[in-house]
Write a protein of this length. Structure first.
Length: 77
């Protein structure tokens, strides 16, 4: 069964967009706060933002690094 995106009011859509723009990397906080996964967020932003604004958001997400993990023995020091 495919999971469907939650029904959002216009105010909720604005909150999701604001959360996506303030979070680095942009998916973690949106998932926790609004229950919207990566693919659903991308579809929502493509639909709601102008193409230029979406490109800015997407470029920001690609350049941001996630948290780095400390190497553990035996795979690294």
């Amino acid at each position: 069964m495919a999971k469907t995106a939650p029904r959002l009011s216009p105010e909720d859509v604005q909150r999701v967009i604001a959360t996506a723009f303030e979070d680095v990397p942009p998916y973690n906080k949106v998932l926790l706060m609004h229950g919207i996964g990566h693919g659903e967020l991308v579809a929502l932003l493509k639909r709601e933002l102008t193409p230029a604004a979406y490109k800015v958001w997407a470029a920001r997400g690609k350049t941001s690094k996630g948290a780095t993990k400390k190497a553990t023995w035996p795979h690294g020091r």
